[in-house]
Design a protein around this ligand. Structure first.
Ligand SMILES: Nc1nc2c(ncn2[C@@H]2O[C@H](COP(=O)(O)OP(=O)(O)OP(=O)(O)O)[C@@H](O)[C@H]2O)c(=O)[nH]1
Ligand SMILES: [Mg+2]
Length: 491
């Protein structure tokens, strides 16, 4: 052992010595070549000397430039998700509609996508956390628009559109509910959808951004459309504070947003005023607004026109509709899987009641289990080989055997809990036990197919053990009812 390691080290040493010698040889040869070239050059006429030196310098510089181009550090570009094609999304919705899924909302979203594209109107979504001053910003930008604004967060509860004239251009501002409101998840979803429908998104903040706001901003950037960070309520900051904060935000978000602007939307404030008769009164008055930086930015977007910004907007909406179609599909599959599991659980219960299966031992029926696995793998489009099915069933039999007493005890409790069942005879206990086993097996398999896209035997077996011990009342009632129904169905 020691000898072999020594000879290995010797071989390594010899190889290293050879490499070193070769490197030394190459360096000496290059030096000699260089010196010889230098001597030859010096013997040439001056003009040729300069020309050769110039050529050499050009080659070296060219090489350095190429190396820089290839190796220089690149600014990180935000990754923009690839959007699906319109036809793909439509086809997905058509299939879902054929399966009687409720696709009305998603179809309406596509119709709205087309309607806005035809109108060639520029849509700007004013998005941000609650009470950031979004509605006040719209008041300041759109003459005559009076969206409700209030110190109480959650003032804006639905999307509203306001027409604004910026110079000669006309655009539509969308006021949306604020995000991060406690218990405002549904309104947040409304706001996000509207942000995706717009050509440009103004992300309004009132101070440094929190971690959640940061994540939200980056999520919006992922759709690749114009995104402007608007720091509102600048009047609340001292000059020095304002400078530090804006410099920090600019530095942090210059790669994430297209512009970082500082404004004061104004809003209203309540002040105490002393009247001439000596008494005091409270009045509401408008704060002074300064949104000139934003007006300028919007003027530029308006000058570019909505049509130029349409592809990114379309991509954002299509991505969203596609993702929601995916959720619908997953929901449908889930329900179908439940129906398959229920079908096999019923068959197992009915079979046991008819005493087709062995009564004293809870050895599961391979035919039934194979059918269950096959149907579920087809539903989740996961190919499963026969050999894997067999191996898995062998493993399941072992698990069932070791937990047989537990399963029978749970089944016994179920039978006791439902007075009608107890009188149906001893077979009922086994029937419920079989039901428990098939219900657990089906759920365990469905979970591994859904989450791992494979029949992961170990994951399924451990889920099965867990489910076999689950004696929740709702579940037992369901399985016991199969036994009742099965008993009634018996000739
Ligand atoms: N000091 C100051 N306060 C402002 C400014 N803009 C808005 N506000 C105040 O901030 C509060 C919230 O304003 P809103 O316009 O209702 O805010 P919002 O983002 O629309 O709020 P939600 O719709 O509830 O999400 C109000 O009390 C406004 O008066 C500003 O520039 N400076
Ligand atoms: Mg509002």
């Amino acid at each position: 052992m020691a000898n072999s390691s020594r000879s290995l080290r010797l071989i390594l040493f010899a190889a290293l010595a050879l490499v070193l010698a070769a490197a030394l040889w190459a360096t000496i040869a290059a030096l000699r070549g260089g010196i010889a070239l230098w001597r030859e050059l010096r013997e040439l006429p001056a003009l040729l000397q300069y020309a050769t030196a110039g050529l050499l310098a050009a080659v070296v510089l060219g090489f350095a430039w190429l190396a820089w181009r290839l190796l220089r550090p690149r600014p990180r570009k935000p990754s923009i998700a690839k959007a699906p094609e319109r036809a793909e999304v439509q086809a997905r919705l058509d299939v879902l509609a054929q399966q009687r899924a409720d696709t009305a909302e998603l179809q309406a979203e596509l119709a709205e996508l087309d309607r806005r594209a035809r109108s060639e109107q520029l849509y700007i979504a004013v998005f941000g956390e609650i009470s950031a001053g979004k509605s006040s910003l719209i008041r300041a930008l759109a003459d005559g628009a009076a969206p409700a604004a209030d110190v109480l967060g959650g003032t804006t509860r639905a999307v509203a559109h306001y027409s604004a004239h910026i110079g000669a251009a006309q655009l539509t501002l969308a006021d949306v509910p604020g995000t991060h409101e406690v218990a405002g998840i549904a309104r947040e979803a409304i706001a996000r959808d509207e942000a995706l429908r717009a050509h440009v998104v103004l992300y309004v903040g009132a101070g440094d951004l929190t971690r959640d706001q940061d994540a939200e901003l980056r999520w919006l950037r992922g759709f690749g459309k114009p995104l402007v960070l608007v720091l509102n309520k600048a009047d609340q900051l001292h000059a020095a504070e304002r400078l530090t904060l804006t410099a920090a935000l600019r530095q942090k978000y210059r790669d994430v947003t297209d512009a970082q602007l500082v404004v004061s939307a104004g809003g209203t404030e309540t002040v105490e005023r002393r009247r001439t008769d000596g008494r005091s009164e409270t009045i509401e008055r408008e704060r002074r607004a300064d949104v000139s930086a934003l007006t300028e930015a919007l003027r530029r977007y308006a000058a570019g026109g909505a049509v130029a910004l349409e592809p990114a907007r379309t991509a954002a909406v299509l991505s969203r509709v596609d993702a929601r179609a995916g959720e619908l599909e997953a929901g449908m599959r889930e329900r179908e899987a439940e129906a398959v599991v229920a079908k096999y659980t019923k068959r197992a219960v009915v079979g046991a009641l008819a005493a087709v299966m062995p009564g004293s031992d809870l050895v599961i029926q391979a035919v039934l289990a194979t059918g269950l696995i096959r149907e579920l793998s087809k539903l989740y489009a996961v190919p499963v080989r026969d050999i894997d099915v067999e191996a898995f069933i062998a493993q399941v039999k072992l698990t069932v055997r070791t937990s047989a007493s537990l399963v029978l005890a749970i089944a016994g409790n179920a039978a006791k809990a439902f007075p009608g069942l107890g009188t149906l005879g001893g077979g009922v206990l086994h029937a419920i036990a079989y039901g428990l086993i098939f219900d657990s097996l089906g759920r365990a398999i469905a979970t591994t197919l859904r989450e791992r896209h494979a029949l992961d035997r170990d994951a399924a077996a451990s889920a099965l053990s867990r489910l076999l011990a689950d004696a929740s009342a709702e579940r037992l009632r369901r399985i016991a009812q199969y036994a009742l129904g099965g008993e009634n169905e018996k000739p």
